[in-house]
Design a protein around this ligand. Structure first.
Ligand code: UDP
Ligand code: MG
Length: 139
């Protein structure tokens, strides 16, 4: 069903700071169900492929090396209106601009090391979920 799933990654800074548990709790409290999850480290090639849309941006090289610098947690989440509601829950890309109570406000270290990823559209949520998981249920 459209609008039902989104994809997230807990980024290397969040995993390194031992914040997997508290962030997953916030995600559940926000009304999301976790329907697939794995802990892994991306190779620079995988990180580059995942963020290929940002290839021309000045921060691309730094983003790729950062996202492959340590383990992450990748997960698929379900909720009605999942993409938009999850973007609201995580807050602005730059944590200094993120609203009080958002995951990035609470856990992000900087604009680059900003704790968590959230898909920006239903189409990208499906593409990103398929990048990490095969044989997903159809939600
Ligand atoms: N990023 C960065 N510098 C910037 C903008 C973005 O390092 O000026 C990183 C940051 O980790 C961000 C990711 O690149 O989460 C993807 O950028 P996007 O604009 O898609 O932000 P998001 O959708 O994650 O809020
Ligand atoms: Mg984005």
């Amino acid at each position: 069903m459209a609008g039902k799933i989104t994809f997230t990654m807990l980024k290397p800074d969040a995993v390194e700071a031992n914040n997997i548990g508290p962030i997953l709790a916030k995600i559940n409290e926000g009304g999301f169900r976790i329907v697939a999850m794995k802990y892994l480290r991306l190779s620079p090639e995988q990180a580059g492929q995942f963020y290929a849309v940002h290839k021309e941006r000045p921060f691309y090289g730094e983003l790729v090396s950062y996202m492959s610098s340590g383990p992450i947690v990748a997960a698929v989440l379900t909720k009605d209106n999942a993409v938009a509601d999850f973007r609201k829950l995580i807050g602005a890309t730059d944590p200094t601009k993120a609203e009080e109570g958002t995951i990035r406000k609470m856990f992000a270290k900087s604009i680059a090391a900003n704790a968590i990823h959230g898909s920006d559209s239903d189409e990208n949520a499906q593409i990103e979920a398929n990048f990490f998981f095969s044989q997903l249920e159809r939600f």
